[in-house]
Design a protein around this ligand. Sequence first.
Ligand code: CMP
Length: 226
Amino acid sequence: MSSLEFLRQVPLFQSLSKADTEKLAAVLRRQSLKKGEALFRKGAEGTTLYIIAEGAIKIVLPSRMGSEVILAIFSEGDFFGEMALLDGRPRSADAVALSPCEVLALNRRDFLAFLKNNEEAIRSILYSLSMRLRKTDDLLEDTCFLNISGRFAKKLVELADTYGRREGDTILIDLRLSQKDMASMVGATRESINKEFRVLREKGLVSVTESTIRIHNLERLKRRIH
Ligand code: CMP
């Protein structure tokens, strides 16, 4: 798919006229990433907005001890890297490829010019920022008030809702998430997530391979959130 065809499907750019989409496509730079490659790190200067054309990116807060917190996972059509462009401060988190990725890069000057001429796009960015803040509030709330089993079940349900693909009676989450990634998403250790997976497998609720998670019973999984 060309950048132009792709852009017409991205929610952020949906309100653009054909001519403006063509102009935007002409200034976007394509960049490929290997699985595990970092696009940028927390604290770096940020001069670019990214839109994902293919693959998935995790947004990560690293710790000095080597563990990490995953704040969000973005996939095809999502944008990220807007914060450093809007507030002029350094990158607030790392962005790392979960799978081989293609991203489209828009520099600050073109991004700001794009916003200036487009009220709908500003609304769309504000909407996304608000949704992201809500999700981060949820993460904080869950970390304070749910135990690990509840947090883990909730995260699996959320991943199934957002990225899951129905296959017969099951839902397949094909994000190449490692157990360490899962642990980083719910603020737990890899060992405790390993134990949680074992419990859910024994109950027949999920099955896992190295790169996929399959949910066999979403309703019973939801009942574990308390
Ligand atoms: P920026 O700070 O430029 O670089 C890191 C990016 O990660 C940031 O822009 C946002 O696009 C994204 N990001 C940072 N914090 C969050 C969060 N809590 N939820 C979702 N996305 C985030």
